[in-house]
Design a protein around this ligand. Sequence first.
Ligand code: TXA
Ligand code: MG
Length: 333
Amino acid sequence: MPLKVFSPTKENISKAACLLKSGKLVTFPTETVYGLGADATSENAIKLLYEAKGRPKENPLIIHIDSVERLESVADLSKLDSRKISSLEKLFSLWPGPLTIVLPKSEYITGLATAGGDTVAVRIPNHPVALELLREAKLPLAGPSANTSGYVSPTTAQHVAAWRDSRIEMILDGGECSVGVESTVLSLVHQVPTILRPGFITAEYLSKFLNTEIFVSGAASWKSAILSPGTSFTHYSPLTPVALLPLPPDFKLPEKTGYLAFSNASSYFSPTRRLNLSESGDLEEVAHNLYAGLRELDTAGLDLILIDTCSSEGFGASIMDRIRRAAGTENGK
Ligand code: TXA
Ligand code: MG
């Protein structure tokens, strides 16, 4: 049985906040994907969260806060030089929003949440239910995507419910996530501001916005960014094998093939199942529908899922990042 989903009434949000305060796990909607929330100041809650996700304990979590005022409780801004502080202050105007900023960590959050590191990734999510929950709980909440580690992130409450993990005490329903791919992760602890994971807010935009050079980490995963640059890493990945188009000429298609097309114009071949993520090839629409499409085809009994590709410029970078990881070829073409 899928888990029960709760509408985000005042009463249910209060109940969810109480559960979080007592160290339990609650999933909540954000504008990017659904998060699996846990009290970031509690070792036990964070342990439970890592267990539920089956997440490697070396992979640090994103901490969600409700306001800039709360930032100094989770981050130690005295360790940033004045240039970085001035960039950070500019970035505040992008919050709430799909931007996570990596900063020096404060002592308040448990080191388990940051994988023992001395930096913390923080964001203010732009979703009324998430914000109300954070205000009500009065806690910084660790919030990785609400899925088994490595699987496709959830963009609806029903996706979370299908996970059926009994350690989730409550699922708050906030509808479909508007963006559909995870936040941009921008590090301000590197010498030059560095994008560790591409997202809705692009490198091009941030560079203009901050009027500074922005580095983009070659392979934006926790393994490559923190431990071993360039390591290949499968993530955001369905159980069905995934291949990206165009296929090499000698590629033999299996019998049952699914096709995630970026527009209704692309007609590469005759698949067993086809889903158009956008009618017109609009990349924001493609991102919005991507994970739901992957999940749908993953439960359709197919041998292979083929996915269109796009240019890695601008917002296309985050789509290409996610689908390369889904295919396990992020270091490939
Ligand atoms: O959109 C999002 O960011 C969603 C929603 C729920 O907010 N959350 C999310 O969390 O995607 P998660 O745990 O699935 O991804 C966190 C990413 C990982 O790539 C992790 O390595 C990186 O952020 N990260 C977390 N803390 C970090 C740190 N201190 N330094 C560098 N990278 C960090
Ligand atoms: Mg995730």
